[in-house]
Structures are given as structure tokens and as C-alpha cells.
Design a protein around this ligand. Structure first.
Ligand code: ADP
Length: 408
């Protein structure tokens, strides 16, 4: 029998499960899908087979993650690529918070589960959902290697000067308060792909990665290692996002509590769910904001300006952190699609060697591409992210290594 070459990637959120089944010989997708609104009456399940093998949809209540994963397993089996297939090498799980403990993808056992559980206080929304997904998948295939790939892992190389907040270290350590950073899988993938686009090894280049989706974060990557990133203890810090405020004076929180008489939960909801672009103008979709700007809407224009101002500040900050920058890479929904954001983010920065070529910037496509003018000192690139492929690649590499070790 040939070696198993498939990896199932599971991304379990609090009310959703996203999955992709990949063939690691060529990175092709054998199946993808999404279960949404788990636990509600209006759950929805969408599954797409290989080679456009058709999309099947089901509406109706899916009670919990266990029921969701069982439904996923059934759909995969209908396509002949079920969980019991001998070609399945492993399941790779996205885990949001790995703290300081997990610096690399890790084969899951009971001790690993206990450690992910211990991190719940710093990731109360995400880690419990990730754990439920892992436990359910392990119950379905107890014999199969399952690997946790952490959003924080790529950022564990940050020096203490970047990772520590300027508060009493004893208090910080007691409560595990520091900059962890998120979207690490994307920053790792995009910084590597950017080096590849330049025809260089990651160890030869310094890259500023701008992951601009609904959540957004920037990172400074020096010779393949992350040296700073904009998200912090939680994914609230840093850039202006779809619904999150990003940076603000921490005293805003005291002020809202003392003067605004808001509860901690209300402030939490305000800053995480009702701020950012949405809080500023009532829309968090960049397409809608650009449409409103074209119609002369001033509220939308101000929201866009605030978004761009923050982004430019981070580009400048990371330029200084890195000293020498070889490339700036835009990725995720906004970064890959919104030419206006890319142009505004870098306009007037010729003095730093940064420029965007109008024609190149207007080209759309799925492949990594350069948008800086010919011969520019710093390359500016659009590099579509692929977190599932990265999780699958890391999972497969680890499982291969583990198998190799066992044989020795
Ligand atoms: P998430 O953080 O949810 O993974 P994505 O990376 O998918 O987000 O990005 C989603 C966002 O991308 C949308 O909210 C929207 O603002 C933006 N977006 C998607 N397509 C376009 C487009 N064609 N033009 C401008 N913005 C877009």
C-alpha cells in the first residue's frame, strides 16, 4: 500500500466548523465545506466535492460540534474520501492560542489538550471551540495522528522588547500578559511566499506583512522570523478592523466605565464587535465603504481615512523595527482585493523606496504578484494567503517526521 497523502484541516469556531481535505502530493482540494450557526435552529451546512464535484447544502438544526463533525464525516464518505479512508494521514486543527508553550505544530495527546485548556483565560472565545473540535475528531478517529497548529506559534520568536508591555513583569507573568500575536499561520505563509516571489530564501529577506481581512494585523518578519506584530494579548490590539477598534488609549476603558457607567462586558462588546469600520460608519465591508465614498458619503470617507492612517503608522513603525525592508506584502480579503487601500497605504512614501504602480495594482488575480514599479527599491506584493494549505503542510511535515522517527 502507498503512504497516506491526505490531510483534513479543521477550523472549529464557537458556532462554526470550516474544513478542507487536501492531497499533499500537489496541495489540491478534494473537499471543502462549512457548517454555520451550530446550536441554532437555522444551522447551514455547505459541502463542495473535488473538481467542482458539486456543492450540497443542508439547512436545519445541527445541535453541537459533535453532530456537525459527524455530518462532515458523512458527506466526505459520500464522496468516497471518508475519515476511515486509508489515504488519510492526519487531521490538522487550527488552534488560536498556544501561549508561550507551543512554538511549533504539535501532535495532540492528553497533555497537549490540558495545556490548550490552561490557556482558555487568555483566549476565552476561541480555545474552547478549538478543543471541542479536537475532542470530537479524536473520538471519531482515535487511532489517527491529530496535530494542533497554533495562530500564535509564528510570533513566539519576537524579542522580549517587542513582546512585553511596559507594566510590572511580576503582574504580567502572573496573568500571562504579553504580546502573543495572531494570524501567525497566514504571516508565516505569506512571508515565505513573498520571498519565493522575489526568488530568494526567506532567510535573505525582511518583509512587512499586512493581513487585512475582517480581522487585521501587521507583522515585521526579519529573515524568516517574526520580530513584531500588531495584535497583542488578544486580537483586539493594532490596526483598525471590521468591527474591532485596534489601538486606543487604555484610559478610554476607565473613562467608559467611570464616566460612561458602562459595564466591562458592555465595553468588551463595544470594542470587539461594534467598533472599527463598522463602529465608525455602520459598514465593515470595504466594498460597501468604497461604494459609499464614490457617492460622496463623508462618514464612510472618514472611516477609510482612519483605517489608512493607522495602517501607514504601522508600516512606518515596522520599517524602523526592521531597518531594511525588502518587501511589503498585502494579503487577506481587503489586502488581496482592495486596490484603493493598497494605493492609499503607500502613497507619498517614495522617500522610503515604497511605491505602487497604478496599472499593476489594478490587475486582479489569484497568483502572488508584484505591484511596485519596475526597479523599485522595496518590492510591494499582493500575496493571497492560504491558511488551510499552511496548516496541512505543517501537519503533514510533522506526521511524516514522527513516522520517520518511529521507524528508526
Ligand atoms: P476574515 O477575517 O473573516 O477571514 P477575509 O480575509 O475573508 O476575512 O476578508 C473579508 C473582508 O474582505 C470583507 O469584510 C471585505 O471588507 C473585504 N473584501 C472582500 N472582497 C473584497 C473586494 N473585492 N474589494 C474590497 N474588499 C473586499
Amino acid at each position: 500500500m502507498t503512504d497516506p497523502t491526505r490531510v483534513l484541516v479543521l477550523n472549529s469556531g464557537s458556532s462554526s466548523v470550516k474544513y478542507q481535505l487536501l492531497d499533499m502530493r500537489d496541495g489540491s482540494r478534494l473537499a471543502t465545506g462549512l457548517v454555520e450557526r451550530i446550536g441554532e435552529q437555522t444551522s447551514r451546512f455547505r459541502h463542495t466535492g473535488a473538481d467542482g464535484g458539486g456543492t450540497r447544502e443542508q439547512d436545519g438544526p445541527i445541535a453541537d460540534h459533535e453532530a456537525a463533525l459527524k455530518a462532515v464525516a458523512e458527506e466526505l464518505a459520500r464522496d468516497g474520501v471518508g475519515l476511515d479512508s486509508p489515504e488519510l494521514a492526519a487531521i490538522g486543527h487550527r488552534v488560536v492560542h498556544g501561549g508561550l508553550f507551543f512554538t511549533e505544530p504539535t501532535v495532540i495527546d492528553e497533555a497537549v489538550l490540558t495545556e490548550i485548556e490552561r490557556l482558555i483565560p487568555v483566549a476565552p472565545l476561541h480555545n474552547p471551540a478549538n478543543l471541542t473540535g479536537i475532542r470530537t475528531a479524536r473520538a471519531l478517529r482515535p487511532d489517527l495522528p491529530q496535530v494542533a497548529v497554533f495562530d500564535t506559534a509564528f510570533h513566539t520568536t519576537m524579542p522580549e522588547a517587542a513582546a512585553r508591555y511596559a507594566i510590572d513583569p511580576r503582574i504580567a507573568d502572573r496573568h500571562r500578559i504579553r504580546r502573543y500575536g495572531f494570524h501567525g499561520t497566514s504571516h508565516a505563509y505569506v512571508s515565505r511566499e513573498t520571498a519565493r516571489l522575489l526568488g530568494k530564501d526567506p532567510s535573505e529577506v525582511n518583509v512587512i506583512v499586512l493581513h487585512l481581512g475582517n480581522g487585521a494585523s501587521a507583522s515585521a518578519v526579519q529573515k524568516g522570523r517574526c520580530v513584531d506584530t500588531s495584535m497583542g494579548l488578544t486580537p483586539l490590539e493594532g490596526l483598525v478592523m471590521g468591527t474591532r477598534s485596534g489601538d486606543l488609549d487604555p484610559a478610554v476603558i476607565f473613562h467608559l466605565a467611570r464616566v460612561g457607567k458602562m459595564s466591562m462586558d458592555e465595553i468588551d462588546t463595544l470594542l470587539n464587535k461594534r467598533s472599527g469600520l463598522f463602529g465608525l460608519c455602520g459598514d465593515n465591508d470595504m466594498r460597501e465603504i468604497r461604494r459609499r465614498i464614490d457617492e460622496g458619503d463623508e462618514e464612510a470617507a472618514l472611516a477609510f481615512d482612519i483605517y489608512i492612517h493607522r495602517l501607514r503608522k504601522y508600516i512606518g513603525a515596522y520599517y524602523a523595527v526592521l531597518g531594511r525592508v525588502d518587501a511589503v506584502a498585502f494579503t487577506a480579503g481587503v489586502g488581496e482585493n482592495a486596490a484603493a487601500v493598497r494605493e492609499a497605504a503607500l502613497s507619498g512614501l517614495d522617500g522610503l523606496g515604497l511605491a505602487v504602480d497604478g496599472e499593476r495594482n489594478a490587475v486582479r488575480g489569484d497568483a502572488p504578484r508584484l505591484i511596485s514599479p519596475e526597479g523599485a527599491r522595496v518590492a510591494v506584493a499582493v500575496v493571497p494567503t492560504d491558511e488551510e494549505l499552511e496548516i496541512a503542510t505543517q501537519t503533514y511535515a510533522l506526521v511524516g517526521k514522527t513516522a520517520g522517527n518511529t521507524q528508526r
